[in-house]
Write a protein that binds this ligand. Structure first.
Ligand code: HEM
Length: 157
């Protein structure tokens, strides 16, 4: 398979997974805050939902790292010839080389850490609370890392 077929496949998967991550985030946060406020049991469904959400984030981190290495946007002779300082002065390159990577990586680590912390709580209300707090931070970081203004990247076919 030629390199650009793999690139296009990964980019499309990476792009569409974003929408599933955002949709699931709304469900996860709604259930966490509701469970926290109503002090309801933390059921298998709550656990499965957050596992699916964090799993999708990790999937996108994985495809993202491959894209980082093979994307022609970031890997071409003119970018290769630039120093780190020059890259930081270029808004588009700074976003993809540094900001997107950092925000999404942080989101993935915080969401995964949240999953670990949930399991360590002694009551269901605390599980919902920890879930609400960690996943809110992860969600905000993800929202900040998505290139919303680049309309060509919203729906990729
Ligand atoms: C550490 C994790 C991640 C890395 C290293 C990474 C890396 C990248 C790279 C290199 C691109 C640009 C590809 C190109 O245009 O050639 C990209 C695009 C994108 N990423 Fe990520 N990414 C990560 C996580 C995520 C996550 C978790 C989300 C969403 C929740 C996300 C959403 C997007 C979107 C929406 C685009 C634009 C896709 C398009 O042009 O259709 N990324 N990512």
């Amino acid at each position: 398979m030629p390199d650009n077929t793999i690139y296009n496949l990964l980019l499309t998967a990476h792009s569409w997974t974003r929408w599933f991550i955002l949709l699931l985030a709304l469900a996860v946060l709604f259930k966490s805050y509701k469970g926290w406020i109503e002090q309801s049991p933390f059921g298998k469904g709550d656990n499965a939902l957050s596992a699916a959400w964090v799993g999708l984030i990790l999937f996108n981190a994985l495809t993202g790292f491959v894209l980082y290495e093979i994307s022609p946007l970031l890997n071409n002779p003119s970018v290769d010839a630039m120093s780190f300082g020059e890259i930081m002065k270029n808004k588009m390159l700074r976003f993809w080389k540094v900001e997107h990577l950092t925000l999404m990586l942080l989101a993935a680590v915080i969401a995964q850490f949240g999953r670990i912390r949930i399991k360590r709580q002694s009551t269901d209300t605390k599980r919902h609370k920890v879930s609400a707090l960690y996943f809110t931070i992860g969600f905000i970081l993800i929202l900040a890392g998505i290139p919303w203004a680049e309309t060509g990247r919203l729906f990729r076919f």
